[in-house]
Design a protein around this ligand. Structure first.
Ligand code: TXA
Ligand code: MG
Length: 319
């Protein structure tokens, strides 16, 4: 690795450690990387991509040992990782309850998508930061994934802190995503490793998302996680038997209030959303409250994604 590249990686690691965003090359596509344990940094990813929803993100790790700090790896998952890591296979695995990953990374799901990229620069960056990197493809939402640094510059250049130039990506399509749940493996997204290669290692067919019987809808709140009783949206103020999810300056003093952002900052609000909902859910149970009232959130910028999540959480059929 050239001296220039080493210097770039050190600079990129400093940016990430202080909450910034760096586009990094991987063997599949360029990823927009941030510290996966930092809620605000992860919120910045969604903001930069202009994602209308908080889809869960993949965390990029240095190998199975780092992965084990955040997810539970079953023997079957271990086998797949041993064969395909480093490489374009992402495993969706149960999140460890003691994990300090941002809740926003997995969009409130109880699983986390993990992969070890097969790219010297991505690996060096993860090692330099010494934390898992959350990274979706480094393009604006709804556009084609970037496989060259200039694609990233055109799409996101203005809103990220640094692009590491690693030339064109060798694989150019995103990783294959497999959810491993006990003995069952489900193909969630076809990608850089073909289905039959994986089936060869498993010695069994992969289920498809459609016929698995329980489609995983990424980005959906799970019932264990969604509010206990009910979630009332656009509430100017809470009733006496409600907890309150506030936003911006709140005039009244209510005992069970958590504020997403007192200053009305949508990035801060996004970073707090999942953790606050979780805590209010606990408070509802502890205090036997009827539910949570949520203040109106402006629909601009990250507000669109926040409202999308709140609407899903308030609609019982979607839980
Ligand atoms: O090759 C790749 O996978 C690239 C490079 C940068 O690593 N990354 C990438 O990330 O394609 P992204 O965010 O564009 O796509 C990640 C996909 C999304 O479709 C998301 O729904 C799914 O992974 N995903 C993430 N966490 C999940 C989870 N816990 N359960 C189900 N799906 C999940
Ligand atoms: Mg993408």
């Amino acid at each position: 690795m050239s001296l220039n590249l080493k210097t770039d990686i050190r600079a990129a690691a400093d940016i990430i450690r202080s909450g910034g965003l760096v586009a990094m090359p991987t063997e599949t596509v360029y990823g927009l990387a941030a510290d996966a344990t930092d809620d605000s940094a992860v919120a910045r990813i969604f903001e930069a991509k202009g994602r209308p929803q908080f889809n869960p993100l993949i965390i990029h790790v240095s190998g199975p040992d780092m992965a084990k700090r955040y997810v539970n790896i079953s023997p079957l998952a271990e086998k797949l990782a041993a064969h395909f890591w480093p490489g374009p296979l992402t495993l969706v695995l149960p999140r460890r309850p003691d994990s300090d990953l941002s809740l926003l990374v997995s969009a409130g799901l109880d699983t986390v998508a993990v992969r070890m990229p097969n790219h010297a620069i991505a690996q060096a960056l993860i090692a330099a930061v010494d934390r898992p990197l959350a990274a979706p493809s480094a393009n604006r939402s709804g556009t084609i994934s970037p496989t060259r640094p200039e694609h990233v510059r055109q799409s996101l250049g203005a809103c990220i802190d640094m692009i590491i130039d690693g030339g064109p990506c060798l694989i150019g399509v995103e990783s294959t995503i497999v959810k491993v749940d006990g003995e069952m493996s489900v193909l969630l997204r076809p990608g850089g490793i073909a289905r039959d290669e994986i089936e060869g290692v498993l010695g069994a067919p992969l289920s498809s998302r459609d016929n698995s019987g329980h489609p995983e809808a990424p980005g959906m709140l799970k019932s264990h996680y969604a509010p206990c009783a009910s979630l009332r949206l656009n509430a100017a103020s809470p009733d006496a038997d409600e907890a309150f999810l506030g936003f911006g300056a709140t005039a009244h003093i209510h005992p069970y209030t958590l504020n997403l952002s007192e200053s009305g900052d949508l990035r801060e609000a996004a970073a707090n959303l999942f953790a606050h909902l979780r805590r209010l859910d606990e408070i509802c149970r502890e205090e036997n409250l009827a539910g949570i009232a949520a203040a109106p959130i402006p629909g601009l910028g990250l507000g669109e994604a926040i409202n999308d999540r709140l609407e899903r959480a308030s609609t019982r059929e979607l839980k």
